[in-house]
Every structure is written in structure tokens, then in C-alpha cells.
Design a protein. Structure first.
Lengths: 363, 298, 385
């Protein structure tokens, strides 16, 4: 047990941070000591944390750049919201339906990740990045022209318009093209979000420490060396990519069951969002899971906290983003900080394995 | 006949992508970074021309020169402040993210200065459209002056850039920096100055591209540059990023594919089709049409 | 060195949480003013609509305050950005709740409005959307609309084209990635079957490819369309008109309220828009006294010509004023009491606004007003009699 504790000290700290944050926030919320804004932000925060952690699997552990992560989130969000809308009167037990929805989002996003990963993971660096971006945009575009309705004859599909569904008068349109899915049951809450974060962390942290994880990181650090010692490159790349996609799907489920109007806009599922998730990962430290969590929280809260600035809000946000990047990544700033740290007493900490290399496929 | 019209429309859209992609690919080839803010430099260039020509009623040529000068200065400044400190960073992703920050910054500055209302850009091109095969009762084919100018500009820029890179000392220095940054420095090449020069040229090209983009499609907003910027990035990758003729070919092809898929397959799904073609091309030729093959070394 | 970053991040996030805690502490105490909140996109691609609503409402509130307020109570106003994102819109709603909002004007766009309505119904917050036109916006009893619903516009346009025999072959160019546009198109297409014209081409574009419209126009021409219906916003419409002119097409164009503002595009060659017809509740060039006063005041205050969004928001504030006066409501009522009172009052009032005379509401939240058909003549909107 003691050995287990020392070996997993770092992971336990990560879980601990999440749980403590939950306990503090939850007790504050129950005591009505937090603003409505903060209370409302809890579920989105959980979704973004999961997204950041899941993208870190691709970018940090596998070492490949993906600009289509929001696409997988979109798949998870739409498949699960579709399921929930379809079965809302059939499965009346809320938690059961939501659990199934989460599984569906996880599986569908993972499957799409697997299918996309198979052909594209042969590509490298910026070329892989642009192909993932392309897939993300394709997913968004297809969902925007998808119409699905239900009446007594069963389901109707169309990619033209709602009229082409040829439904009966009493039929209900479930996916309405650009208008997306309206009225998904609001099943997400803060506690479920935290549980999902913990499950995500459990999957990812265990992956890193496992034999598979070491193989994946070997591929990241040197493909040729890894291949020469018999690591199956395709298999491990696909494994990491699919897990990353499936977890993004879970974040999508959380997102879609928190908001009653689910649309695939450039804002929430386009490349802008994919890039935003990448910003979380890079700012938090590539490969650093705890860093991803913190930066996802900070960067999601930042624009909300700047609301008082009115029209200057997004301007200040952009400046802060640039400044933070320079501060945390520029070699000169790092030297400066190292010198400052040298003056402080050390509260020693080992590097996690995942932090070992901060290289990525973009070199 | 309608196929020919679509083709010509595709070429005129593609020529706009091509001219933006030239700037993209230039910067990528030398600085090895995706400058996501390129599209927004384009937008700033358009606003400069708009302000000078339409608001202050000064001559068009003055607006064009001012736009090129200001965009060049802007490009150099952005590189010096936001990108240079990160050039030696441990991950090249750092500078990508900063570029995104710069892109947001430029959009929001433009929003605050010029407002969100759409402005109608007056074309800087003053050439009558060329009519082909026109007869009575038959509209024939129309090639607009903007298309002619954009394509000629593309070709001129492409030739000049190639000559510049291959024949001048500064161009050779760029090639050296792009080949091996460290070795170039050891050979006495001023790497900082060379990269600054690259950004200066790239941003001047952005200004030119902006004027031609807005002359063909005259609706100007603070977000005008971002989507064409991404499309041009796709075009640059399509043609083989880093390759100057590749950007031209990639841009033209992208425009043609976009128009033809809209015309013959589905106008709703044209974005998906464009991206699908891109994916297929990259799977067959993993470094784009004219890209160099990267050999993995042990 | 990572340690410093991390420590910094922790300090920063803690500071942010504390900052957010400090300003609130549950419901703020009720004061002697009506607090009206607004939500819409003031940054991002749809900023033009959000800013128009923000300014339009601001103008109305300043006027009312200067004239002594509503029933003697002043109005406080706070407008929050949602970046055209449903999730951010809900965040904005929550931020406004923390500020102590009594009444909501918003959200500006349909998708955001649906998301906010799902939250506001829990508080029974009275919500009046100036421009969220989807039917789902008003699904809850606490939400009312100033603008027409999308189906209303689609059916109205089809009926107008049919009744006035404007054309027998019609093409449609719409934005399939936009709720407003695809919503109107769907109803227009459905109603067209009952009308004496035929839709010969229905061509879409998306928010990712909205610069080049040559294909859509060419298809309309190839199919012999005489009239092109444009259920879209004016930015794209201005491009379509320019491209149609340069390619030498001679269509009639017909649009909805989204087209209003096309003459206000700075530097736009208005001769291109000559003969364009639009079904809109508001036109900045209308000659009635009320509109002229509004346009003048707006131009003085914000330096640009107001569009229909600004007018909708201006009306929204005056509608709220009328409802409060009818209900005799006071600022010290709770949000939910105020909601009940105003919801009842809304069905009883009749308001003459910029966007319609004698506007009335039913319990479902939809407005009842007559659309005006306008035609652009000599660079001005003029009413078709």
C-alpha cells in the first residue's frame, strides 16, 4: 500500500485537486455563497477540463497535432442528445438514460476517431493537423444539413430540408438542420461532471503508466527507434487517438445535456473550438495533465470574469492570452523565472513521466 | 457552356485563395510557423484602403501604397513582439497559439475602431469585364477585370518571389535559414533580420491579397479575413506548404473544386466536399501536390 | 520552472473565484429602479446585430429615464456579450442575474434565445426577445417576441409573391448553416405549394463559404427564375447583388427583414439594390415622424444609421414600459412576481412602435402586427401601397 502511494503520489495529488475543488465549490453552492454565473459555469468547466485532458492524449502523449477535436465532441454531443430525445418517453429513469447517453457518446465518438485515425495517422505534423481540421469541418457541415424526424411510421432522414422528411402531421422533428436539437433533457450537473472528470483522469493516467502508454510515448519520442524494438506503430497510434476522441465525445455529452439548444455552429464545434482546446493544452504544458486542467479552468473563467470591461473584454482577453503564452513558453521568460525560483525555498517535486518530452510532431 | 462559366468562376475564386496562400506559404517555408493571423493582416489592409479611399476620398493608389506600408510594418512588429521570443521555445505549438492570440487581437481592434457594420469596398481594379463568345441572345462568358488582375498579380508575384529567393543574397539567406536555422547563423547570416524580412514580404503580400479579395467580394467586416485565411491555408497545404508554385496551384484547384462541387453535387455540402478532396489528395500525396518528401532520419 | 507557472495559475484561478464570490452573495437587495438586462453578440461575426440591439435599447432607456422613468422609477441597463454562442448566452444570463436583473431583453439570436429561455423559465423572469425569431424561442410562457416568427415571414413572403403575381418561377438562395435563414426557407417552400409559382432552384450556402455566389446565381438563371428570394442577412445580400450585376443577371430580388440595412452599408452602390423588394416591419427611411425622430437620435448618439434590430430593441423597451404601466408593477416586486404580472399585462396591451402599429400579443408570446412591403426606389426604401 505504501509502495502504491509513493508510486502514484503524483496522480493522487491530481485526483485530490479535483475532489477538493469539487467539495469546496459544492459546499459554497449549497450555501448559496457563489454567484449564479459561477454556478452555471460548473458544468461547462467540467466539459472543457475533459476536453483538455483528452486532447492532451493526442498532443502530449502521442505527440501529434490535432485541430479537429471539437468534431469528436460534436459527434458525442449530437448522438447522445439524439438518443435522449428519442427515448425520453421510453426510458423514464433519468440516470439510466443519461448513463446510456454517455456510453453512446463515448462509443460513437471513439468509433469515428478510430475510422478517421486509420487512414490519416500515416500523415505527420502540419499535414495531420490540417486533415483533422478538415474532418472536424466535415462533421460540422454534415450535421448542419441533417434532418431527422419521427412519426408513427418510424424515423425519417433527409439531407435536404425538413419538408423532404414527408412526415405525418403529428410527427416530431428531432434533428432540424441548422437549428440542431432543441429541448434535450437537462441531465448534466456538477457532480456528474466531476465523476466524468475523475473517470477521464483514471483512464488517461493509467494509460500513461501502462505498458501501452510507454509504447505510445516511445512512438512520440522516436518513431524509428520504437519500431525497431517491435512496437506496433499503427496499433498504438490508433489506440491513443481513439481514446482521445472517445473522451472528447463524453465532454460533448456533458455539454449537450446542459443546454437546451444544441446547434453545430462555427463557435462551438468549428475549428475555433478545436484551437481553443489546443490552447488549454499548450498553455497548461504539453503532456502535463494537471496543467491542462488548470489552464482549461483559468481560460474558461477569464472571459467571464472580464465581463465588466464591456466592449474591451475580448481585446483584453487576446492580450492576456498572448502575454501568458510568452510568459510560460519563451526561453528568456523561463530563464528569468528559473532565476527567481532559485531564490525561493524549494518544495521539491519530481517531473511526471508524461512531462518527460515536450516535443511534438510539429517539429 | 455552363461548365465553362463555372470553371471561370472557380478560377476567379481560386486566384483569390492563391494570392493569400502565397503569403502563407512564404512565411511557413522560412519561419516554419503557421501564421494564423495572416488572414487578419489582410483585413487590416482592406480597412486601410477603405479609410483612405472611401472615407477620406484620397486617390486609390495612395490607399494601396499606405496599406502595403502599414501591413509591412504591422507584420514586422507582430513578429518581433509576439513570435520572436518563442522561436526557440521547446514546442513549435507555442508560437501557433500566440498567432491565434494575435488573430483575436487584430479582429477586436478592428471591431473597436471600425465597428461591426459591413462596409462596401470599392474595387481597386478599373478594367472592363472581358466578354467571350458573346452573341445576340447569348450572354457568353464573362471574365471580370478583378479576375484578370488577380491572376496576373499571382503570376507576377510568383515569378518575382522565385527570382528573389533564388537570385538575391537576401533570398539565399532565406533559403539557408529555412534549411537549417543554426547552420545559417554559423555562416554569418543574420537570422532575425532574415525572418523579419520574410514577415515584411509576407505581410506586404497580405495587403495586396486583401485589396484583391475585397475588390472581388466587396463586403468588409472585422472578420472578413478569417475564413479566406483558413481556406488559403488549406490551399497552401494542398499545393505543398512551403512551395511557392504549390500555393498558386493549390489555390486555383481549391477554388475550382469548391465551385464545381456547389454546382454539380450539393450547395449545402460543398464545404464537406472540398475538405474531403483535400483529405484524399493528402492521403495519396502526404506532403501535398508539390511538397517535398520528408525523409525520416535515424 | 514549471512550478512557478503552476503556482501562478493556482493563485490566478483562486483570485478569480474569490473575485467572483466577492461581488455577489446571493440575490442583491431590491432597489428603487427597474433593472433591465440585455444579451446578444457584441463581438464575433454577428456583432453587428448585438451592437444594434444594445444601442437601440440604450437609446430608449435614456429617453424614458430623461422623461421621468416608468411610473416614476428609473431604469438601470446592463448588456452582456454572448459571442453568438448558446453556452455563453446562458453565462451572460447568469451574470445578469447576479447583477440583479428584473427583466430581460434578449437574446438577440434564435439559438441563444432558446438556450436562455430554458433557464429563465425556472426563475419566471420576464423575457422579451427583440429579434429571436425561431418558434422555439417562445415555447415558454415567460418569453415574448417583438419580431415576426420565422414561419410567419416565410409564409408571408410566399403569399405576397403569389398574391401579387410577382413571378411564376422563383429561385431561393439561403444560408443552410443559419437558423433564421433555413427556418424561413423551410416555411416558404411549404407555402409555395399553395401558391401560383414554382420554386425552380433552392441553393444554399454556409457560414464557411459565403463570399462567392456565382454558382447559386447561375443555377437560378439556368432554371429560368424571374425572381430570387433571399431569406438572408444584408451582408451576404450585398455580395449577391454585386455579383448578379457584374455577371449581367436581371432578376427581381425579394427579401425579409434581414435585408433591411442594405442601404446603410457604408459605400454600397445603392443603384444595385434598385427594385429590391422586402417584407420588413421597419425601414430607416420611412417618413413617419416617429421613425425619423428615432433615426436622428440614433445617428447622433452612435454615429450610424439604425437597422431593424435597433428598432426592435427600441420597441422592446417601450413595450416593457407599457406592460409595467398596465400591470402597475413596482421594482420591489420579486423577479417571479414581476414575471407573472407582466406576462398577464402583455396580452392586454396594444403598442404603437417603430416596427408596427397596434402590436398585440397572445399568450403564446408571438406578436401580431402587419408586415410592410417595401421596395427600394431611387436609393430609398419606399412603402408599396
Amino acid at each position: 500500500m505504501k509502495e502504491f502511494m509513493t508510486r502514484n503520489k503524483d496522480n493522487i495529488i491530481t485526483y485530490g485537486i479535483v475532489i477538493v475543488a469539487f467539495v469546496i465549490m459544492q459546499s459554497l453552492i449549497s450555501a448559496h455563497a457563489v454567484s449564479s454565473l459561477m454556478t452555471g459555469l460548473m458544468v461547462p468547466l467540467c466539459a472543457y477540463v475533459i476536453l483538455a485532458v483528452s486532447l492532451n492524449v493526442t498532443v502530449g502523449i502521442l505527440g501529434e497535432l490535432s485541430l479537429g477535436h471539437a468534431g469528436f465532441m460534436c459527434v458525442g454531443a449530437f448522438t447522445s442528445a439524439f438518443f435522449s430525445k428519442l427515448t425520453v418517453n421510453v426510458i423514464t429513469i433519468g440516470w439510466l438514460r443519461f448513463t446510456l447517453a454517455i456510453l453512446i457518446g463515448f462509443v460513437c465518438a471513439g468509433l469515428i476517431g478510430f475510422l478517421i485515425g486509420m487512414p490519416v495517422l500515416r500523415l505527420k505534423g502540419d499535414y495531420l493537423a490540417i486533415v483533422t481540421l478538415a474532418f472536424g469541418e466535415i462533421i460540422k457541415n454534415v450535421i448542419n444539413v441533417l434532418y431527422i424526424g419521427r412519426d408513427s411510421n418510424g424515423l425519417h432522414f433527409s439531407t435536404k430540408d425538413a419538408l423532404a422528411l414527408n412526415m405525418e402531421e403529428t410527427g416530431e422533428i428531432i434533428v432540424n438542420g441548422a437549428q440542431g436539437i432543441t429541448g434535450t433533457p437537462k441531465n448534466s450537473n456538477f457532480a456528474i461532471g466531476i465523476v466524468l472528470i475523475l473517470i477521464t483522469l483514471f483512464i488517461v493516467l493509467n494509460l500513461i503508466k501502462s505498458r501501452d502508454g510507454r509504447a505510445i510515448m516511445a512512438i512520440r519520442d522516436n518513431v524509428i527507434a520504437a519500431e525497431s524494438v517491435g512496437v506496433n506503430i499503427t496499433k498504438y497510434k490508433l489506440l491513443a487517438f481513439s481514446i482521445s476522441a472517445a473522451l472528447a465525445g463524453v465532454a460533448g455529452v456533458l455539454y449537450s445535456h446542459n443546454i437546451s439548444s444544441l446547434m453545430a455552429t462555427p463557435k462551438n464545434f468549428g475549428y475555433n473550438m478545436s484551437i481553443m482546446i489546443l490552447v488549454f493544452v499548450v498553455l497548461g504544458g504539453i503532456g502535463n495533465i494537471r496543467g491542462s486542467i488548470i489552464s482549461a479552468v483559468v481560460l474558461t473563467l477569464l472571459p467571464e470574469m472580464l465581463r465588466g470591461l464591456s466592449n474591451y473584454r475580448m481585446l483584453i482577453y487576446a492580450i492576456v492570452l498572448i502575454a501568458m503564452m510568452l510568459f510560460s513558453w519563451a526561453p528568456k521568460a523561463q530563464d528569468l523565472r528559473a532565476r527567481l525560483t532559485g531564490m525561493l525555498p524549494k518544495f521539491g517535486k519530481k517531473k511526471t513521466i508524461a512531462e518527460g518530452g515536450t516535443d511534438n510532431g510539429n517539429e | 457552356m455552363s461548365f465553362l462559366t463555372y470553371l471561370i468562376n472557380g478560377i476567379s475564386l481560386g486566384s483569390v485563395y492563391a494570392i493569400i496562400a502565397l503569403g502563407y506559404t512564404m512565411v511557413y517555408g522560412i519561419a516554419k510557423m503557421l501564421n494564423f493571423a495572416h488572414g487578419d493582416v489582410i483585413m487590416i489592409g482592406c480597412y486601410v484602403v477603405f479609410t483612405v479611399v472611401s472615407t477620406l476620398s484620397l486617390p486609390t493608389w495612395l490607399g494601396m501604397i499606405l496599406a502595403i506600408v502599414l501591413c509591412t510594418a504591422l507584420g514586422i512588429t507582430i513578429e518581433a513582439i509576439a513570435y520572436r521570443p518563442l522561436r526557440q521555445a521547446k514546442s513549435s505549438l507555442a508560437v501557433l497559439i500566440t498567432a491565434i492570440g494575435v488573430s483575436y487581437l487584430l479582429q477586436n481592434v478592428a471591431l473597436l475602431i471600425f465597428g461591426a457594420n459591413t462596409k462596401s469596398f470599392s474595387s481597386v481594379v478599373n478594367i472592363e469585364p472581358i466578354k467571350l463568345f458573346a452573341s445576340t441572345g447569348n450572354a457568353g462568358l464573362t471574365v471580370t477585370g478583378e479576375t484578370v488582375v488577380t491572376i496576373s498579380a499571382c503570376i507576377v508575384i510568383m515569378v518575382l518571389l522565385t527570382l528573389f529567393v533564388n537570385k538575391t543574397r537576401a533570398g539565399q539567406a532565406m533559403l539557408a535559414v529555412s534549411e537549417d536555422n543554426g547552420a545559417a547563423q554559423l555562416m554569418g547570416i543574420n537570422v532575425n533580420a532574415t525572418i523579419s524580412l520574410t514577415f515584411a514580404i509576407g505581410s506586404a503580400l497580405a495587403a495586396v491579397a486583401g485589396m484583391l479579395l475585397c475588390s472581388s467580394y466587396p463586403a468588409l467586416t472585422p472578420y472578413t479575413g478569417s475564413m479566406p485565411g483558413i481556406k488559403a491555408f488549406v490551399a497552401a497545404v494542398f499545393g505543398g506548404i512551403g512551395s511557392i508554385p504549390g500555393a498558386f496551384i493549390g489555390g486555383i484547384l481549391l477554388g475550382i473544386i469548391e465551385i464545381l462541387s456547389k454546382a454539380y453535387i450539393s450547395s449545402q455540402l460543398s464545404d464537406a466536399i472540398v475538405f474531403l478532396v483535400l483529405i484524399i489528395v493528402l492521403l495519396l500525396k502526404p506532403t501535398g501536390i508539390l511538397g517535398r518528401k520528408i525523409q525520416e532520419k535515424v | 520552472m514549471k512550478r512557478v507557472t503552476r503556482a501562478l495559475a493556482v493563485v490566478l484561478s483562486t483570485a478569480m473565484v474569490i473575485a467572483s464570490l466577492a461581488g455577489c452573495g446571493g440575490q442583491s437587495t431590491k432597489s428603487n429602479t427597474f433593472k433591465i438586462g440585455g444579451i446578444g453578440p457584441t463581438t464575433g461575426a454577428a456583432a453587428v446585430y448585438g451592437l444594434a440591439v444594445k444601442n437601440g435599447a440604450d437609446l430608449a432607456i435614456k429617453e424614458i429615464n430623461a422623461a421621468g422613468g416608468i411610473n416614476g422609477y428609473q431604469i438601470e441597463y446592463n448588456f452582456q456579450d454572448d459571442e453568438l454562442d448558446a453556452e455563453k448566452s446562458v453565462n451572460a444570463y447568469n451574470a445578469l442575474k447576479d447583477w440583479g436583473m428584473d427583466i430581460l431583453v434578449g437574446s438577440v439570436t434564435s439559438g441563444c434565445c432558446v438556450a436562455v429561455a430554458a433557464e429563465s423559465v425556472n426563475d419566471n423572469m420576464f423575457q422579451l426577445t427583440p429579434s429571436g425569431s425561431a418558434v422555439d424561442c417562445i415555447a415558454n410562457k415567460n418569453v415574448f417576441q417583438v419580431c415576426f416568427t420565422d414561419p410567419n415571414q416565410g409564409i408571408g413572403s410566399a403569399a405576397y409573391i403569389g398574391d401579387n403575381k410577382l413571378a411564376s418561377k422563383v429561385a431561393v438562395i439561403y444560408d443552410s448553416s443559419d437558423v433564421y435563414s433555413s427556418g424561413i426557407y423551410a416555411k416558404f417552400a411549404a407555402e409555395a405549394e399553395n401558391q401560383p409559382f414554382e420554386i425552380v432552384a433552392a441553393e444554399a450556402f454556409t457560414s464557411d463559404s459565403k463570399t462567392d455566389f456565382s454558382v447559386q446565381l447561375q443555377k437560378a438563371a439556368d432554371n429560368g427564375a424571374e425572381l430570387v428570394f433571399l431569406p438572408i442577412y444584408y451582408t451576404e445580400a450585398s455580395l449577391i447583388l454585386t455579383q448578379a450585376a457584374s455577371a449581367g443577371y436581371d432578376f427581381k430580388f425579394f427579401g425579409c427583414d434581414g435585408l433591411d440595412g442594405i442601404l446603410g452599408v457604408e459605400n454600397f452602390d445603392t443603384s444595385l439594390a434598385e427594385g429590391v423588394m422586402l417584407l420588413t416591419p421597419f425601414a430607416a427611411d420611412a417618413t413617419d415622424e416617429k421613425t425619423q425622430a428615432f433615426v436622428k437620435a440614433y445617428e447622433e448618439a452612435y454615429g450610424e444609421t439604425p437597422n431593424q434590430f435597433a428598432a426592435d430593441a427600441y420597441d422592446a423597451v417601450y413595450i416593457i414600459k407599457a406592460a409595467i404601466e398596465k400591470a402597475g408593477a413596482k421594482p420591489n416586486m420579486s423577479v417571479s412576481e414581476l414575471g407573472d404580472a407582466l406576462e398577464k399585462a402583455m396580452t392586454e396591451i396594444t403598442v404603437d412602435g417603430l416596427t408596427g402599429l397596434s402590436m398585440k400579443w397572445t399568450e403564446d408570446g408571438a406578436v401580431n402586427k402587419a408586415p410592410k412591403a417595401m421596395i427600394i426606389k431611387d436609393g430609398n426604401y419606399s412603402l408599396i401601397q
